[in-house]
Design a protein around this ligand. Structure first.
Ligand code: G3I
Length: 384
């Protein structure tokens, strides 16, 4: 057999295949981004791509969300390959763990599988106005509400001690229409106006002290766990809210110095549910503000809507995908710059089809778990 000729035929076939691949791949036209990983073309399946988290080794953890239904599925394998930390999307919320008083349903199987796979587990969330059973804080005395809240925290952290490394202790305590006042308490959700949607029974019944009490109960139950305050719209497009959170964390940490040997609130979770109109400069400003408190920052629920009210794109076109990728790249350039302050960047969704905002195509993989341009933007933001 003439191996030289065979070799030329194979080479020609590979060349032709690469042309076909280029022509039909998202964003991989001459002069545009190409992955620098051999064997990767834009639109590759999740399982041939270089682990995404390896791009950020030594900078911050890279995460995504998990559900118990993901176990033993392709989704779990995808998580294991590309991420080194996960957050339970719903399985650790108050109504999932203790729907009825004293009856605890722990996603232990899921947490054990996560740890066996070599990933870290972040806990979300202990105290929230939403997805919380009524018995905890409605129609009960202040003392009973405090007992219900602290008991929930104690039981949950004790169950997961040594397994869950960090917790969103309090989630979304601030109103979106936060006050410009220097008193952060005026920006808290409360049930003072029945017509108001931004209510919190916890603040109504216990008072603003519930936040500090929750963090103290968590620190007492698991001193090793990192404790976070988590909220959305914390970039400077809503400065009143960002400053309210800043003032709250500053005030509580100053009033409770070295509780358990260190700051009571270890970190701030910036949920980061963004869209194409988000100005990255407003994200950087908030990172600088929170970093000045000496606390960790987690980008805790990152996604970027491409198709939404106000978007220049009414469907997820190639241009929309590119614009989204560029936004991801711009944000990750900032995250890398502040890697010393950022502990973790977690995406809120494995693929577009199962995202809570699926109509907006907001995450890195499409419904067939193929990498969107956004994946490559995160893989190499400076080059994108
Ligand atoms: O538990 C019920 C189940 O019994 C029922 O059969 C099923 C039918 O639809 O609904 C189930 O509840 C759903 C729950 O997710 C659990 O799957 C709710 O309808 C649904 O609204 C809920 O949505 C979650 C949402 O939080 C609730 O607020 C999303 O999956 C979850 O992604 C989202 O996550 C939040 C973060 O916790 C906090 N930050 C914002 C973020 C996005 O909203």
């Amino acid at each position: 057999m003439n191996t030289g000729k065979a070799g030329r035929i194979v080479a020609a076939a590979i060349f032709m295949a690469s042309l076909v691949s280029c022509n039909f791949s998202f964003g991989n036209k001459p002069g545009e981004y190409e992955s620098d990983e051999p064997g990767e073309t834009v639109g590759s399946s999740w399982d041939v791509l270089t682990p995404l988290h390896s791009r950020y080794t030594g900078q911050f953890l890279l995460g995504n969300i998990i559900s118990p239904l993901d176990l033993n599925t392709v989704r779990f394998n995808l998580l294991k390959r590309h991420f080194n930390t996960v957050t339970a999307e719903n399985a650790m919320k108050p109504d999932a763990i203790q729907y009825q008083r004293g009856q605890f349903t722990y996603p232990d199987t899921m947490v054990n599988a996560v740890l066996e796979a070599g990933m870290q587990m972040h806990g979300h969330t202990l105290v929230w106005h939403s997805q919380t059973p009524l018995w905890m804080n409605t129609g009960v005395s202040r003392e009973q509400a405090i007992t219900n809240m602290t008991n929930h925290i104690t039981q949950v952290l004790t169950n997961f001690q040594g397994k869950v490394v960090s917790w969103d202790v309090v989630n979304e305590a601030m109103r979106n229409d936060a006050s410009p006042s220097t008193d952060w308490r005026l920006s808290l959700r409360k049930n003072e106006n029945p017509a108001q949607s931004e209510n919190s029974r916890w603040n109504q019944i216990i008072g603003d002290e519930y936040i500090e009490l929750a963090f103290k109960a968590a620190r007492d139950a698991d001193p090793a766990a990192k404790l976070y305050y988590n909220d959305y719209n914390l970039n400077m497009s809503n400065p009143n809210k960002a400053y309210a959170v800043y003032r709250m964390v500053k005030d509580i940490n100053e009033r409770c110095p070295a509780y358990g040997g260190r700051k009571l609130i270890d970190g701030i979770g910036m949920q980061s549910h963004h869209h194409l109109n988000t100005d990255p400069a407003t994200v950087e400003e908030s990172i600088q503000l929170f970093a000045s408190l000496g606390v960790e920052i987690a980008i805790s629920e990152l996604d970027i809507q491409a198709v939404f009210y106000g978007s220049p794109y009414s469907s997820f076109t190639e241009d929309a995908a590119k614009a989204q990728a560029q936004k991801y790249a711009a944000l990750f350039i900032i995250f890398k710059k502040y890697a010393a302050n950022i502990s973790r960047v977690t995406f809120w969704g494995i693929d577009d089809a199962t995202s809570w905002r699926k109509e907006s195509f907001p995450v890195l993989f499409d419904k067939q778990y193929k990498a969107k341009p956004a994946f490559y933007a995160v893989e190499n933001p400076n080059k994108y």
